[in-house]
Design a protein around this ligand. Structure first.
Ligand code: MG
Length: 159
């Protein structure tokens, strides 16, 4: 078994939607990002890479590299999972916590679980998505941005 943790933040900026957990959610703000700015999938990718001992998302997909401009984070997730599979690692489960005052996450949790499970190549019962506000405190409370935490467990069936 191998455990990994990931954390990501994106600032809100002008826009009309945000991508969170692979789901496009209409909102009165967008996020500042080189990719689609999916804070949940970025935290998840970092947790996966961390568990595998493979560094972090910035190392594999540098934001200085124009080939990753506007890239769908679901594609980054699929590439990370491919790296794990090449090393004989599979995902046991993933647990995500999203922190934002808005938009509301609850209506989208079921779809996020489906998207994340598909990206991880596991059943939905192995993926959990939780959301909380920060009770109006800090940058998330002031509506300046949003953040996400992810914890994953990998196993090595052939180890
Ligand atoms: Mg990010």
């Amino acid at each position: 078994m191998r455990i990994g943790h990931g954390y990501d933040v994106h600032a809100f900026t002008e826009g009309d939607h945000v991508w969170i957990g692979g789901v496009k959610i209409p909102h009165d703000r967008g996020v500042l990002a080189h990719s689609d700015g999916d804070v949940a999938l970025h935290a998840l990718c970092d947790a996966l890479l961390g568990a595998a001992g493979l560094g972090d998302i910035g190392h594999h997909f540098p934001d200085r590299d124009p080939q990753y401009r506007g890239i769908a984070s679901g594609e980054l997730l699929r590439r990370v999972v491919a790296l794990l599979h090449q090393r004989g690692l599979t995902v046991s489960n993933a647990d995500l916590t999203l922190v934002t005052q808005a938009p509301r996450i609850a209506p989208h949790v079921a779809t996020m679980r489906q998207c994340i499970a598909a990206g991880l190549a596991v059943g939905e019962e192995r993926v959990n998505v939780k959301a909380t506000t920060s009770e109006w405190l800090g940058f998330t409370g002031r509506g300046e941005g949003l953040s996400a935490f992810a914890v994953v467990l990998l196993h090595e069936p052939n180890a």
